[in-house]
Design a protein around this ligand. Structure first.
Ligand code: ADP
Ligand code: MG
Length: 285
């Protein structure tokens, strides 16, 4: 993993997700989709995963929720081997995919959110309560009776997220959940994910570095290898790491770098504006 070692995290305790020397190849493919991956995610951590297309990000999540079985090495999620005990793992892990159309199955939003609960054996009353809480958690109060096909992409993705939250998962695996949404839809989903920070363990795959500036750590996967496991500040300050992995800085950070403002501290356009005003004010004086 080069010299970019795993940095200390403020989250203690045993790992909730771990991979040890995990390798995986698809049957009809020459090179391994993942080779010798080792990583740990601790309870309450928000961990981003980035890297070029084909780097192995989706494969990694599929191994974590038991859709695929590693050729070698150990995968553990909430104490279980996902491939050996997929039902135990799926009780504890929720997965959100790119396409918000795929997850929605019921005629009304509230049925959709309750759908997963039907198989868990909770009482009607508890089901209603859990759906109510999940609706609130994703900011969809008043949408309970809407038909999913009448919702925007971002709203659909929030319905899918509510369906996961109703099941109260320990771990959320998010595979590019905003990539098919417009800007407003993205913002809506990201705000909901932000609100979950700390309460759940999250592994979030994305192509947008700006979605991960507050993450505890970011894993960089390139050509099936774990290239780096770093803080977001480290990542955005490492031009080689960014370029080698086809990662593009958010506009505010690029501008900040051009202006010599040091990218690591500046997260939003508002931060940048403030820094520019400060700098030019200082010069005028
Ligand atoms: N179902 C599949 N069958 C064969 N090869 C696959 C399949 N899914 C992914 N791959 C290959 O595995 C590698 C990793 O893919 P993937 O995990 O989807 O990467 P990412 O999500 O980072 O874009 C790529 O080379 C890809 O072509
Ligand atoms: Mg993918």
């Amino acid at each position: 993993m080069n010299n970019r070692n795993h940095e200390g995290s403020r989250h203690g305790g045993p790992p909730v997700v771990s991979c040890e020397n995990v390798s995986f190849s698809y049957l009809d493919s020459g090179r391994p989709a993942l080779g010798e991956i080792s990583l740990e995610v601790r309870a309450g951590e928000y961990v981003g995963v980035v890297g070029p297309n084909g780097g192995g990000k989706s494969t990694l999540l599929r191994l974590m929720n038991g859709l695929l079985r590693a050729d070698s090495g150990d995968v553990r999620v909430a104490g279980f081997d996902p491939a050996a005990e997929p039902f135990e793992v799926r009780k504890r892990v929720g997965m959100l995919f790119q396409n918000p159309e795929n997850g929605l199955v019921a005629p009304f939003v509230e049925d959709d959110i309750a759908f997963g609960l039907e198989n868990v054996g909770v009482s009607r009353e508890e089901m209603r309560e859990r759906v109510r809480k999940a609706v609130r958690a994703v900011g969809l109060d008043g949408y309970e009776q809407r038909e999913p096909h009448t919702l925007s992409g971002g709203e659909k993705q929030r319905v899918a997220l509510a369906g996961l939250l109703a099941l109260d998962p320990e771990v959320l695996l998010l595979d590019e959940p905003t990539s098919m949404l417009d800007a407003a839809g993205r913002r809506g989903v990201l705000e909901r994910l932000e609100a979950l920070r700390g309460a759940r363990t999250v592994v979030h795959v994305t192509h947008h570095l700006d979605e991960l500036l507050d993450a505890d750590r970011v894993l960089v996967l390139g050509a099936g290898r774990l290239v780096a496991d770093v803080s977001p500040e480290r990542l955005v300050s490492d031009p080689d790491l960014l370029r080698d992995n086809r990662l593009v800085l958010p506009t505010a950070l690029r501008l900040a770098a051009e202006l010599g403002l040091g990218p690591a501290k500046l997260r939003t356009p508002e931060d940048l504006a403030e820094a520019i005003v400060e700098k030019s004010g200082a010069r005028a004086r």
